[in-house]
Design a protein around this ligand. Structure first.
Ligand SMILES: Cc1cc2nc3c(=O)[nH]c(=O)nc-3n(C[C@H](O)[C@H](O)[C@H](O)COP(=O)(O)OP(=O)(O)OC[C@H]3O[C@@H](n4cnc5c(N)ncnc54)[C@H](O)[C@@H]3O)c2cc1C
Length: 118
């Protein structure tokens, strides 16, 4: 009964398996047309990198960060929310940005003790 890190498990899946899991998770519909092409990163499992964080490149803006934070529409009464450093407009690329984004999503933007900085 070995515990496997889900991230490393998913990182080793073939694209076809990965697409199937994503589509089932997001839609629950096996008949939805599969994408012809996907782009996956593997920074976390790369032994020379071991992680990554977002940045705003030339030409991008805080509005792009806000777009990443937008929830997906309701699917069968389930709303898909996004947290993580890349979704925090002010503190992207930091650990505290990740923390604040996690507090924002389940609680609502105005119930967090950190709401004054969100
Ligand atoms: C080298 C380096 C140095 C840094 N130094 C600092 C610093 O000094 N100060 C600072 O504030 N920040 C620093 N950061 C940034 C900080 O580590 C990140 O901003 C923060 O960890 C982001 O947290 P997160 O929860 O958004 O994402 P992560 O910490 O990346 O968490 C994402 C989680 O999702 C899991 N995951 C990914 N894909 C899947 C999948 N398909 N299925 C299941 N699970 C999955 C991963 O295993 C991971 O546990 C540094 C980052 C790096 C890489």
């Amino acid at each position: 009964n070995v515990k496997i890190n889900p991230c490393f498990y998913v990182a080793r899946l073939a694209n076809s398996q990965f697409i199937f899991i994503c589509l089932m998770f997001l839609t629950g519909n096996q008949n939805i047309p599969k994408p012809r092409r996907i782009l996956r990163s593997s920074w976390g499992s790369n032994p020379y990198i071991r992680g990554s964080y977002s940045f705003t490149r030339v030409g991008s803006s805080g509005r792009d960060v806000e777009k990443l934070a937008e929830p997906l529409p309701y699917i069968k009464n389930t709303k898909v929310l996004f947290a993580g450093e890349a979704t925090h407009r002010k503190y992207y690329s930091t650990t505290h940005g990740a923390l604040l984004s996690g507090q924002r999503e389940p609680c609502g933007a105005f119930s967090s003790p950190y709401s004054e900085v969100l």
